[in-house]
Design a protein around this ligand. Structure first.
Ligand code: GCU
Length: 431
């Protein structure tokens, strides 16, 4: 009986999702044909907005990088309104026999304070036992830390969550019913066996993913009567990126972790946030964008799959208000997303796509990685030298890496296997 109700709920939610998708396609006229991609010019990475040529890493760092960063900060993701008053860490739980004995588990509460207000989030960390100076992947999860593994000790967040029938999330409340429900996205055994650690946070603890701006971290910074950020101030993606940096603040204090090897990882909307985090915080050693699509790795000017107008309409809280000025107006952008990727240079960067994830425009994600490679080459790092999209399951793994996986929008064992092979090479890891 219980099972029947669950299946019915999944069916109803799937039907609603399908209906919304159909609605949005009808409403927005989405292009999935390569022949209908408009003609456009990819903004030249090594020429400043005023036309000056950049020919050394120093010129990149002092002239081009700052102007590109500032553009993304003020016109796309939005500025963080100011420093916090205080950040504190508290270990809530530790286990030295995790994952069948091969790992250490730690749960650390991080409190962010500003103007007499605070929010808290919990960082769940797994580290291989007996290792030191451990390289770590840091990534948000969509549905709570307790969905990442089935371990009973993992604490359940009481932050607002989107409902999800397949994970038994009702009334916007996380419960033990979804314990381990997203384990297939995290390859945790493989990560630990290959000598890496994994740190994860439930993204809803930083900013609940809904279009009001009254809660989460934004509210800490408001003056009396203020209900939303200013036009050039942070949307949710920038808030999540800031949360990644605050988690990094903690990771850099943990003696077991190599402070020069924290790689920020994110899938989909959280891939967009991971890229902006790596752009904004150069303490991150590298970045992985898994199927990040529009507003992430994909070139916006291609208008293939999801577009700026679509994303700003369906998720009005993700970017800063100024970004809405580019709805159906991509040609006015003096940058494109390859320049977001260039803000990660010269650090290792992995962009991954999935063949059936046309909404995220795999070709646009690849071209972005290709066009950013000029900046990497300036630093004598190997990028992607051919403009031809590789076949599925044929990864290119240089300092700029790319793969096209078979299948749908997701994070799979295959994706993690590639990230691990690449990270071993990039960060000289000997397990
Ligand atoms: C939607 C959205 C994408 C986003 C994705 C996700 O599909 O349109 O931009 O990447 O959700 O985060 O799963």
């Amino acid at each position: 009986m219980g099972l029947k109700i669950m299946y019915m709920k999944v069916f109803v939610q799937c039907s609603i999702a399908f209906f919304l998708c159909a609605m949005s396609s009808a409403q927005f006229d989405i292009n999935y044909e390569e022949t209908k991609v408009p003609e456009f010019k990819v903004p030249e990475p090594l020429t400043t907005f005023s036309g000056e040529r950049i020919s050394t890493p120093q010129e990149w760092d002092t002239k081009r990088r700052p102007e590109v960063y500032e553009f993304f900060e003020r016109k796309v993701y939005g500025k963080v309104p100011g420093p916090l008053d205080k950040v504190t860490f508290k270990t809530l739980e530790e286990g030295n026999n995790a994952l069948g004995g091969k790992a250490l588990r730690k749960q650390v509460e991080i409190t962010l304070r500003k103007n007499g207000k605070s929010i808290r989030f919990t960082l769940l960390i797994y580290l291989p036992k007996g290792a030191s100076k451990i390289p770590v992947f840091l990534g948000y999860n969509f549905h709570g830390n307790h969905t990442v593994t089935a371990e009973d000790e993992v604490l359940i967040s009481n932050a607002w969550s989107m409902n999800n029938a397949s994970l038994n999330i009702d009334n916007h409340q996380l419960t033990a019913a979804s314990r381990g429900g997203r384990a297939h996205r995290w390859a945790i055994d493989n990560i630990i066996e290959k000598g890496f650690g994994l740190a994860t946070i439930y993204y809803g603890e930083i900013d609940p993913d809904k279009s009001d701006m009254n809660d989460g971290i934004h509210a800490l910074f408001y003056e009396k009567g203020q209900e939303r950020p200013k036009r050039d101030e942070w949307g949710s993606l920038s808030a999540w990126a800031f949360g990644y940096s605050k988690a990094l603040d903690y990771l850099l204090t943990d003696d077991a972790i190599d402070p020069t090897k924290v790689i920020v990882f994110g899938h989909s909307r959280l891939g967009k946030a991971a890229l902006w985090a790596a752009a904004s915080d150069q303490r991150f050693a590298g970045a992985i964008s898994n199927n990040s699509g529009c507003g992430g790795a994909a070139l916006s000017k291609r208008r293939f799959g999801e577009t700026i107008n679509v994303i700003n309409t369906q998720f009005p809280h993700w970017f800063c208000h100024n970004f809405k000025g580019y709805n159906n107006n991509e040609e006015a952008l003096p940058v494109d997303q390859h320049l977001l990727l260039a803000l990660v240079a010269p650090r290792p960067l992995y962009v991954a796509s999935a063949k059936e994830d046309q909404w995220a425009d795999p070709q646009g994600e690849f071209l972005s990685a290709y066009h950013t490679s000029k900046v990497y080459e300036l630093f004598h790092k190997k990028g992607i030298s051919e403009a031809q999209l590789p076949e599925i399951q044929q990864p290119i793994q240089n300092t700029v890496a790319y793969h096209l996986r078979a299948g749908k929008h997701d994070v799979t064992e295959y994706d993690w296997e590639q990230y691990l092979i690449w990270a071993h090479k990039m960060f000289n890891i000997n397990p």
